[in-house]
Design a protein around this ligand. Structure first.
Ligand SMILES: [Zn+2]
Length: 225
């Protein structure tokens, strides 16, 4: 639109003297007309830009509305997760989850750079040293998975059913092999496997996940030793 300002200055020039010859007058008229056409083009271009700008504004408004909607949805999810965590804590207040492995926690639940893949993502479980080489069932339940699963290596999943209205499941990964069978009932604190190094693992350690209603959550927040 910068051209408008520059070319519009012709409007402010003093009027042409009428003392010119008819030929001069005609050519001046033609020049003025040409300038008028140029100006009309510029007005049209400016109008097109205005339309485009208002389209942009409408798009920005739509995107803003979408973001607001997403923020509201996240807020709702976060409130639901808080509610679920509270219900679970109340249910586990009497007797918390049994420690699934002993020794120091070597990697906590949360975002991290994966030691094998080098990719920055959520660590969906808690790593323990597992110094006695054993896995313990965090709560009573039934074995729903006992097999090899890629990055997890040999893994056992235990379904604990509903606790405080929340569905609980625990996973025990990187085992050297499988010691329990699918469908087997296990008691709280029962040895259900061994610490190993299968799957994506830099050395023998326990990787334990707690899933509440199908989503991995921080096991340590619900572990009462
Ligand atoms: Zn891990």
């Amino acid at each position: 639109m910068g051209g408008c300002t520059r070319r519009r200055t012709w409007l402010r020039r003093p009027p042409r003297r009428p003392s010119s010859t008819p030929a001069q007058a005609r050519s001046a008229e033609a020049a003025a007309y040409a300038q008028h056409l140029t100006f009309a083009d510029e007005v049209e271009a400016a109008e097109a830009e205005l339309v485009a700008a208002s389209d942009d504004a409408a798009l920005a408004r739509a995107q803003l509305a979408e973001l607001a909607e997403e923020a509201a949805a996240r807020e709702k999810t976060s409130k639901r997760l808080t509610r679920e965590a509270r219900a679970l804590d109340e249910a586990l207040a009497e007797q918390g989850l049994h420690t699934p492995a002993v020794g120091r926690v070597t990697s906590s639940f949360g975002p991290r750079v994966h030691p094998v893949t080098g990719v920055y993502k959520q660590h969906t479980g808690t790593d323990f040293e597992g110094t006695d080489g054993k896995y313990y069932a965090a709560a009573s339940g039934v074995v729903t998975y006992a097999g090899y699963d890629g990055a997890y290596g040999y893994m056992v999943k235990i379904d604990h059913g509903r606790v405080g209205g929340q569905h609980l499941e625990t996973w025990y990964a990187h085992q050297p092999g499988i010691a329990v069978a699918v469908g087997e009932d296990v008691g709280r604190g029962q040895v259900i496997g061994s610490i190993g190094n299968t799957g994506y693992s830099t050395g023998p350690h326990a990787h334990v996940e707690l899933h509440v209603n199908g989503r991995p959550v921080d096991l340590m927040a619900h572990l009462h030793r």
